[in-house]
Ligand binder design. Structure first.
Ligand code: COA
Length: 243
């Protein structure tokens, strides 16, 4: 330092002293942050009254914070695949592949998500921008509108999807109703209970949000499937398409 006043004001007489001092300050801050994030992780508890998906999400965030601090964590504790809700798809008897239900991710567009929807109904091509915009729009609704998927770990393809959104009413003490939509299982993955597990998951989510019922529309050929999922026929569906 060539400023003549430097020596007058500086407390540290050598660069080593400055370095040691900085290390002491920021080193201890670092250790404090690590204790803090580990403490949050240790105190994490699942709450039956709260929506499952957001709790799983919070858990994943805690794990990310711990890994972000450079600490190591046993793999079985890292993923949400070991919460009871997501475990339900692991290791089912007639299928070796490990599958778990998770929320739709931006990257799923390139994993055959749109192609899968085409097995359900007309779905024109969606540009990356359109996909991202709609994804963000839906994500802003949080637990009130979730799209879930199952990814085949071997092929990296999305093999099942389904969604539920929450309708808020004034009737029934300002009650809420869950609407299940857009359920489809890839033709090669059908008959392995994936559809049923997806319905159970979406139903459980609606219930955890506080819905008093969950409803859906279906074709007559799928009636038996939904009955196996615990649904029953009620009244009829009406529609008016806009030209
Ligand atoms: C309907 C669909 C989602 C079912 O998915 P899936 O993974 O093959 O169904 P699951 O293996 O979970 O079936 C669960 C049970 O329902 C039965 N089931 C499935 N589809 C059925 C049908 N169409 N009719 C009668 N029973 C059916 C299964 O045999 C199974 O019975 P089990 O538990 O006694 O063994 C799937 O066939 C599909 O994606 N179809 C095309 C898209 C579609 O129609 N979506 C529904 C929109 S409303």
């Amino acid at each position: 330092m060539n400023n003549t006043l430097f020596d007058l004001f500086v407390n540290f007489r050598s660069s080593k002293i400055i370095w040691d001092s900085l290390e002491k300050k920021y080193g201890s801050d670092d250790a404090g942050k690590k204790k803090y994030v580990v403490g949050k992780w240790i105190n994490f508890k699942m709450d039956n009254e709260k929506p499952i998906m957001s709790q799983v999400h919070n858990y994943e965030n805690l794990v990310t914070e711990i890994l972000g601090e450079g600490m190591k964590m046993c793999e079985t504790l890292q993923a949400n695949e070991h919460t009871p809700e997501t475990d339900m798809l692991a290791d089912h008897s007639n299928d070796d592949q490990k599958c778990k239900i998770r929320r739709l991710d931006l990257a799923d567009k390139n994993k055959g998500f749109i192609e899968l929807l085409r097995q359900l109904t007309v779905c024109d091509s969606v540009s990356d921008k359109e996909f991202e915009d709609r994804f963000k729009e839906l994500a802003s609704e949080g637990d009130d509108h979730i799209i879930c998927v199952v990814e085949d770990n071997d092929t990296g393809k999305i093999v099942a999807t389904g969604s539920v959104f929450i309708e808020k009413k004034f009737i029934r003490n300002c009650g809420k109703v869950g609407h299940i939509e857009d359920l489809v299982v890839d033709a090669n993955a059908r008959g392995k209970q994936l559809g049923k597990k997806m319905i159970e998951f979406l139903t459980k989510h609606a219930r955890s949000i506080g819905c008093y019922k969950v409803i859906l529309d279906c074709s007559t050929e799928n009636k038996a499937f939904y009955e196996k999922c615990g649904f029953k026929e009620k009244e009829i569906q009406m529609v008016k398409y806009f030209p």
